[in-house]
Design a protein around this ligand. Structure first.
Ligand code: SAH
Ligand code: SF4
Length: 332
């Protein structure tokens, strides 16, 4: 799928043609233009030739059936991963990548190890959701939530990410409140998002309770230290009135002590600040915190009055965290 080519083919056509094409992509969830209604046969053929709808994806299902991972091969042969999490309550969340690789080199992250290959185009982000939408359609189900938490830093591909989110919201019908963007703390992205008038959720990858440790784990912290990060978040909250989720990976022996929990609590004691503790998907560098350590950490935060949620790691058997599968492939 190539949206630029599509709009080129549709140039000069009446407006309703564009809507018909969009309906075929986002409502019918067609994987071939022949499935589109109200479009002449000749025109369908032209569309199939100029901007085919097929998506080259390979599925990996997790043993627990809650996680399905797809490896999507792009037109230039690079591969990206996308994960769908199926929840007990019937929701289906797709985790979208925004870049092939990432330039920010966080030490705990498999994507960071790849370096940046390139930004993704709008349609390459959409494909990741459409791929699962098409599969779910067969069972009369739909993608209900999107988290922009796959490979890459969304705010270093800001314009394409926002455009993709607009399509997901306006054309695919995913509620803005059901869409979350996670950033490692690219400050001008936070500022820009505050001005978008979109009801999407903002998450910040924090992972450390002080600059010393965060500098070590996330080199971006040297450019945008925590004081400035919180300033940007506070401005965002004043502007939008929306909650902000701080993600905190639980990495064994690195950031999971009760003292560090106390230090984190001091930073998080603000209205509309929330902490999400995330089970670490082990890499060859770090291990996941023990269950007890996570429990104790959580208790400290709660005792200090901080809002905490906990996310268990999905699909460890298929490497369903940030960049792990695609990284293995792209590095071979
Ligand atoms: N670049 C953005 C968005 C992509 S990363 C960001 O950093 O926020 C999405 C989330 O996956 C981040 O919170 C990241 O810290 C987390 N992550 C990275 N490696 C992980 C691992 N091995 N296990 C679990 N989560 C991981
Ligand atoms: Fe990039 Fe996010 Fe991974 Fe850091 S955690 S390397 S910012 S994808």
């Amino acid at each position: 799928m190539n949206l630029n080519k599509l709009y080129k083919v549709l140039e000069g056509q009446p407006k309703y043609r564009i809507q018909q094409a969009k309906d075929a992509i986002f409502k019918k969830l067609a994987s071939n233009w022949s499935e589109a209604s109200n479009i002449s046969k000749d025109f369908k053929e032209k569309l199939n030739k100029e901007c085919p709808l097929e998506i080259d994806g390979q599925i990996f299902a997790s043993r627990d059936a809650k996680t399905t991972k797809a490896l999507i091969t792009l037109a230039d042969g690079l591969q990206i991963e996308t994960v769908m999490l199926s929840h007990k309550d019937g929701r289906h969340t797709v985790c979208v990548s925004t870049q092939v690789g990432c330039s920010l080199a966080c030490t705990f992250c498999a994507t960071g190890k790849m370096g940046l290959k390139r930004n993704l185009e709008v349609e390459e982000m959409l494909q990741q959701v459409l791929f699962f939408s098409r599969i779910l359609k067969e069972e009369d189900k739909r993608v209900s939530n999107v988290v922009v938490m796959g490979m890459g830093e969304p705010f270093l591909n800001y314009d394409n990410t926002i455009k993709a989110i607009k399509y997901l919201n306006e054309d695919l019908g995913i509620g803005a409140r059901h869409i979350s963007i996670s950033t490692s703390g690219v400050l001008n992205g936070i500022d820009k998002l505050a001005n978008e008038k979109m009801q999407v959720n903002l998450a910040i990858s924090l992972h450390a309770p002080n600059d010393r440790l965060r500098n070590e784990l996330m080199p971006i912290n040297k450019r945008f230290p925590m004081k400035d990060l919180f300033k940007a978040v506070d401005k965002y909250i004043i502007k939008t009135g929306r909650r902000v989720m701080f993600e905190y990976l639980m990495i064994k022996g690195i950031n999971d002590s009760p003292e560090q929990a106390k230090e984190l609590a001091e930073l998080m004691k603000k209205p509309l600040y929330m902490v999400n503790l995330i089970a670490y998907n082990p890499t060859d560098v770090y291990k996941a915190s023990d269950k007890n350590a996570i429990e104790d950490f959580r208790k400290v935060l709660e005792q200090e009055g901080v809002g905490v949620t906990q996310r268990y790691s999905f699909g460890q058997d298929i490497d369903a965290a940030c960049g792990q599968l695609a990284n293995k492939k792209n590095c071979k």
